[in-house]
Design a protein around this ligand. Structure first.
Ligand SMILES: *Cc1c(COP(=O)(O)O)cnc(C)c1O
Length: 469
């Protein structure tokens, strides 16, 4: 059939808009959105005809075209930023949004979103206030620091801290701490961006106080410590503590800064978790400025927190970059609510979801696996073998890279006669209304149940799975 004849078999926009099935859509979505979807669908049909010299099945009659339009309208309403089941085995998964937020934080954010809030307004005096005030007071109480400041994330905190304390000067850093966090965030590059000159000292495995000492000269502006949060150097090693650096820096009138990365506000060993350096310890050691993340072990929203001596924090607050890096009311609301939970540390395992998940006992996770195994096995049928077995979860977000937490998983392996590969099954899990994210390892799909608290939701979601072989 000539192209022209094929094109002419497509209905007009108006004829489709008059279709009864579209009248409800018109009420729900409005004329502009619906007309757009109709046009785009007809455009796709014409493109198909142009490329294939035939009419696509879905455009062979008005009913199928209308079905395609309905799907297109529904897809446009579908959020990309969708909730997923994080069964990856990494609790603070950067690609899955890191820490789940506390209920009080969720409430605080929605309240702040809905209307006007006292963001930069001092309610007692009725005059202008500073947006970081509430957070600063809480952080000072929780860490013993003199002052604090909040920016968008810890990468921003490192940048503004270096720019303020040492732009145009040399920054001394151990070769063992030349961290790459991921993406393009590498210490040497951040230094350059902040206008500092990096001076590397020591060796990869060993750095001594005399290495720092020998690097000092009139151009030195700062001694920096960076927590090696995503790797560990083991064996014949040595490094210089913050306290020793503070003593050395004091002799030369220099500041010391520390990028902690994660930074736990409570002693994690009290919860049976591996130790992580605490901001409070850095302040006690006399470090001038310490930065850490809001959404790693702290369990709050994405933010970068800088605490330290008042003189330095005030300079950071006045730095022109601060305006570019400051947090909005939603972040500040979530952060304030999260920090308030730390004022009641006895309740933290219940109130702070990230800590609750990290401390979830292996036995409780195993019991969850036992409950869910039959339902999953029966849903997947004969083609897949579903087992429940022990596994290890990771904390994630570059926290505590070598330690892992004993957990329990449902594992899925295709039987030899299965027409579906494990990758294809994983893909179908990701296509569920509430996508399910597991981990592929050794030809099996591992669903680590540490972060699964909503078992009913999991089962309801599973009901929507129709296995396409
Ligand atoms: C994670 C990390 C950062 C970056 O923090 P974000 O919150 O991801 O911006 C910087 N430094 C260290 C040592 C880190 O571990």
């Amino acid at each position: 059939m000539p192209l022209k004849a094929l094109y002419s078999r497509l209905p007009s926009v108006d004829r489709l808009l008059a279709h009864t099935r579209l009248s409800q859509l018109l009420t729900d979505h409005g004329n502009a959105a619906l007309t757009n979807a109709v046009r785009q669908t007809l455009d796709s049909a014409r493109a198909y005809i142009r490329e294939q010299q035939s009419l696509p099945d879905w455009a062979s009659n008005d009913d199928s075209l209308v079905e395609t339009i309905c799907q297109r309208v529904a897809a446009r309403q579908q959020m990309s930023l969708r909730p997923v089941f994080n069964l990856s085995g990494t609790v603070l998964h950067t690609n899955l949004g890191r820490a789940p937020q506390a209920e009080t934080a969720i409430t605080a954010v929605s309240t702040a979103m809905r209307g006007a809030v006292a963001l930069e307004f001092d309610l007692a005096g009725g005059e202008r206030g500073h947006r970081d005030n509430a957070i600063s007071e809480l952080l000072c109480e929780l860490t013993g620091a003199e002052a604090a400041c909040v920016v968008n994330n810890n990468a921003a905190a490192v940048l503004i801290m270096l720019s303020t304390l040492a732009a145009g000067r040399e920054v001394v850093l151990s070769r063992g701490e030349l961290v790459e966090i991921g993406g393009s965030f590498r210490m040497p590059d951040v230094m350059r961006q902040a206008g500092c000159r990096l001076v590397e000292v020591g060796a990869t495995n060993r750095t001594h106080l005399r290495d720092y000492q020998q690097a000092l000269n009139p151009n030195t502006g700062l001694l920096l410590k960076v927590h090696t949060s995503n790797y560990a150097i083991q064996g014949f090693t040595s490094s210089v503590s913050e306290a020793e650096l503070v003593a050395l820096a004091a002799e030369h009138g220099l500041p010391v800064a520390s990028d902690l990365g994660s930074g736990a506000l409570v002693d994690l060993s009290a919860y049976g978790l591996p130790c992580e350096p605490m901001p409070r310890q850095m302040i006690a050691a006399g470090v001038d400025a310490v930065c850490f993340s809001g959404d790693k072990l702290l369990g709050g929203p994405q933010a970068g927190l800088i605490i330290g001596k008042r003189q330095w924090i005030e300079q950071i607050q006045r730095h022109p970059l601060k305006r570019a890096l400051r947090c909005d009311k939603m972040t500040l609301a979530a952060l304030e609510a999260t920090l308030r939970l730390y004022l009641q540390p006895d309740k933290l395992v219940d109130t702070l979801p990230s800590l609750r998940l990290l401390t979830r006992p292996q036995l409780a996770i195993q019991q969850c696996a036992l409950r869910l195994q039959p339902a999953l096995a029966s849903k997947l049928g004969q083609s897949f073998e579903v087992k429940q077995e022990p596994c290890c979860s990771q904390i994630g977000s570059g926290s505590l890279p070598v330690d892992s937490l004993p957990s329990w998983a449902l594992t899925i392996r295709p039987r030899t006669d299965s027409s579906l590969s494990i990758e294809q099954l994983a893909q179908q899990f990701r296509a569920l209304p509430h996508p399910l994210i597991g981990r592929l390892k050794d030809g099996r799909l591992w669903l680590d149940l540490r972060c699964l608290e909503d078992e009913v939701g999991f089962l309801n979601n599973l009901a929507a799975l129709t296995i396409h072989h």
